[in-house]
Design a protein around this ligand. Sequence first.
Ligand code: GDP
Length: 364
Amino acid sequence: MMEHPENDEKYKGLIVNKGVTQPPSVNPYLKKRIKRKTNSAEEYVEGILSGNRTMLSKAVTLVESSLPEHHELAQSIIEKCLPHSGNSIRVGITGVPGAGKSTSIDSFGMHLLKNGHKLAVLAIDPSSERSKGSILGDKTRMERLSVEQDAFIRPSPSAGSLGGVARKTREIIILCEAAGFDYIFVETVGVGQSEIAVHSMVDFFLLIQLSGTGDELQGIKRGIMEMADGIVINKADGDNIAKAKIAKRQLQNALHLFPLPESGWTPEVLTYSGYYNIGIEEIWDMIDRYIKFVKDNGYFYQKRNEQSKYRMYETINEHLRNSFYNDPEIAALLLKLEDDLLHARKSSYAAAKEALERYSQLQK
Ligand code: GDP
C-alpha cells in the first residue's frame, strides 16, 4: 500500500515526503538524572580516599544534614574513614571581625600550597543559622585559595547548638584528612564560646590581633589569650608598622604574666601583613617549630588523646540531651513542671528530679 495517496502518478508535481519520527518532547535521560543514585558508604569512602572532591563534598553534606537517613550513612562513612585520618596539622584561627582572618587564610593557604601541601578550610560559626548564611569560611572571601584544586573551603555547618556544630566540624575534619588534606584550618570569630570548641579540635591555636587600637589588650579575653599558642598582629604594613611593634611588645609582656602552658611552649608574638604577604613564612616557621617541639615532648599525642576523650563525652552528652528533650512525654511533663514552678508548687530541684526519674522509667 502506498503511504501517501498524494504520491500517485495522477497527482503530478506533488510529492509528500515520508514523515520523520518526532523526538520525545521530554528528555528521556532526564528521569535518570532526577532520580539521583544514592551511593553506598563504600563508594563514598572509595571516592574520598582517592581524593575525589565531589564525593568529599557530598559526604560533608551528609554529615551536615539533619535527616535521620543521612545520619546513618554519614556515620558509616566516618567510621570507615577514621583509620585514614589524623595525618594532618590542625590549626585553629581566631580573631575579631575585621582582624583580617580571611585575607590571612588566603595568604597562609597559598604559602602552604606553594610548599606542596593540601589545605581544607572549615569554620565554626554557631550563629550562622540565625544570621542565615555564615560569615566565615565563605569562598568569596578567599579569592586566590578558592580557585585552587588543592584547597577545600567549606562554611560552618548551620546546626543550631555550638555542640552540634563542633561535632559536625570534627567529623568533617576526619573526612578531609582521609581525602589527603594535610593541613586543616578551623576558623572562628573571636567572640567567646566557639574558641573553646575550636581549641578542643586543633593542634595549634592562632590568635590574629590588630594594633593601633589604643589599649592593645583591651577586648582580648584573658581566656582566649591563654589558649593561644601564637599571637600574630596583622596589618603590619605602611604607617602601621611602628604601632604593630609596640603592640607586639605589650602582648609579649602580658604573656609573661601567664603561667607556662601545659605544652611547655611559650607562646610567641609576631607581626605580619596578610594583605601584602609580609611575615607569612615566619608564622609558618613558628607553627612548624611548635609542632616539632610538642611531638618531641609527647604533648602533641597527649592532647590529641584528650581531645578524643572529650569528643566521646561530648557525643554521649549530646545524645543524652537529645534523647531526653526529644521525648514527647518528657516534653509534656516539663511544661507541667514549669507551671508548677511558676505557682511555687514545687522547687526547681524537686521538679528536675521528677523529670529525670520519669525519664529513667521510660528507658526501662
Ligand atoms: P575578617 O573579618 O577577620 O575575615 O577580616 P578580612 O580578611 O575580611 O579583612 C578586613 C579588612 O581588613 C579588609 O578590608 C581587608 O582588606 C583588610 N586587611 C586584611 N589584612 C590586611 C593587611 O594585612 N593589611 C591591611 N592594610 N589591611 C588588611
